[in-house]
Design a protein around this ligand. Structure first.
Ligand code: ADP
Length: 474
């Protein structure tokens, strides 16, 4: 179904007015159109119930009094006949208006013989009385008295004209209709403005988001759902402003990190071309610098590529059983070959296979070991340890002897683009993306991880993997 776009206010007002009109229409139909029928049904019910009471009291001592009272209260006349159509009791409340006491107008024998003969238990007849210009109702009911005689109670009540009542009701309903519409208009306007004001405010402020204004001051006006929306927007604005700040920092860092090696590569290349080209020793030294600066660039670009790949692969996990020990061995050997001056020690106390996404675990190891090499201390030592943490889990710890991380920085280092202010100095090249790659790879697989760091002593980054055979047995 396609709805035309309408404001909340318009919709609420229209709904309220529609509902009010429906109620009013219902009142008109019930009160005016069906008043005659409704009155007849009610009258018949009250005469029938009087008939029941008469039958119940038939054998009581003061039956005549009870009968008179019932007739008086229900505005009816009544006659009780035996099987020979003789009157046993009679109350003529309505005088000349009573049909059942005027045999010329209403013949009991003609109309009620079915009840008297026992064919029916009760019978109701609506009769027109041209004499009095109003209808009346005759109800008959068969009963048996204490002596076992069959009797018939016949009651007659007038159906008074309801036209005058209708007029009163009509004027009342007109007033009620006007009042209800005014009240509905006021209430709907009030509710609509209470609902739409905070939404309008939020919309106006949200437009600022698009222009890069990340102030988190959205207010839901105390309405639960809109409050939730406001909170979500506040949260998003805060997140966006953080990302924006980190992005700006990254841009500054990355451009610096890109520019420095490029400048050096250019300078050394020119030097080789113009000055040292023929001096083999000097030329080789300078070529070494060019190669290591190119390596820096490669590392930086690799990180950037990895993080964007990570983003496009969110949620895709390919867990399998793999040999974690030989994976760590391969990676540490590769690092040792390219970092000859570093001492990368691998201690394995467990030979079980692990069960996880091996590609992502490879990324995690690569990043943690590369960080440890970058940040380790004077002894240039990095330790990688693999051991059983529990029956079902194995733990990998990567320990360095560097400066460590300040406690207030610990929660931030996992965030994308975060780089410690103290560490951003050459020769440590980095993008601030390594640990965020680690975090997203481990979180996606719901694996525990963390860091313990002591300033001046070093850091120990760790994570745990499920032992393969234990998982497969589950
Ligand atoms: P970077 O490319 O800057 O290393 P990471 O995301 O890998 O980015 O690390 C974020 C920050 O965490 C680093 O800038 C550094 O301050 C800190 N950090 C990471 N690993 C270590 C470590 N082993 N020792 C000390 N600080 C570390």
């Amino acid at each position: 179904m396609i709805f035309k776009k309408e404001s909340i206010e318009k919709r609420i007002v229209a709904t309220f007015i529609g509902y009010t009109l429906f109620i009013v229409a219902l009142l008109w139909v019930l009160q005016i159109l069906f008043l005659n029928n409704y009155y007849y049904i009610m009258k018949r019910a009250s005469v029938m119930s009087a008939g029941k009471s008469i039958a119940l009291n038939l054998n009581s001592d003061n039956f005549s009094d009870t009968l008179e009272k019932l007739c008086f209260h229900n505005g009816m006349c009544c006659v009780i006949l035996d099987e020979q159509w003789n009157e046993v009791y009679s109350v003529d409340m309505l005088g000349r208006g009573c049909e059942i006491h005027s045999p010329s107008r209403f013949s009991l024998k003609d109309n009620l013989s079915a009840v008297m003969s026992g064919e029916r238990n009760e019978q109701t007849i609506r009769i027109k009385n041209p004499h009095f210009r109003n209808d009346s109702i005759v109800c008959a009911r068969a009963v048996t008295n204490a002596q076992g005689e069959r009797l018939m109670i016949v009651m007659n009540a007038h159906l008074f004209p309801v036209e005058s009542s209708k007029d009163i009701l009509k004027s009342q309903l007109k007033l009620i209709t006007t009042l209800l519409i005014i009240i509905a208009l006021c209430i709907s306007k009030f509710v609509a403005s209470r609902l739409s004001r905070p939404i309008r405010n939020i919309t106006q402020k949200a437009k600022r988001l698009a222009n890069g204004d990340y102030i988190a001051d959205y207010d839901g006006g105390g309405i639960m759902e809109i409050d939730e929306l406001a909170e979500t927007l506040n949260f998003s604005a805060e997140g966006l402003s953080k990302v924006e700040e980190l992005r700006r920092e990254l841009m500054a860092n990355v451009s610096h990190d890109l520019k420095t090696p490029l400048t050096m590569i250019k300078a050394y290349s020119e030097m080789i071309r113009d000055i040292t080209g023929d001096n083999k020793e000097q030329r080789n030294e300078q070529l070494e610098v060019i190669i290591s600066e190119a390596d820096r660039l490669t590392a930086l670009v690799t990180d950037l590529i990895r993080i964007s790949r990570e983003e496009s692969e969110i949620g895709v996990i390919n867990s399998r059983s793999f040999d974690i020990k030989s994976m760590i061995k391969d990676i540490t050997e590769r690092f040792s070959a390219t970092n000859e001056q570093y001492n990368i020690i691998f201690e394995a106390e467990c030979s079980d296979k692990a069960y996880a996404d091996s590609d992502r675990i490879g990324q995690v190891l690569y990043n943690l070991i590369s960080n440890a090499i970058n940040y380790t201390g004077e002894d240039k030592t990095v330790k990688v340890k693999l051991f059983k943490a529990s029956e079902k889990m194995m733990r990998i710890e990567i320990t360095d002897s560097g400066k460590g991380i300040a406690p207030e920085e610990l929660p931030m280092i996992w965030e994308r683009y975060y780089r410690s202010k103290n560490t951003h100095q050459r020769p440590i090249v980095g993008s601030g993306l390594g640990l965020s790659i680690v975090k997203s790879a481990l979180t996606a697989q719901q694996l525990p991880f963390g860091v313990q760091s002591e300033q001046g002593k070093g850091s120990c980054f760790w994570f745990e993997l499920p032992v393969s055979n234990k998982i497969e047995m589950r």
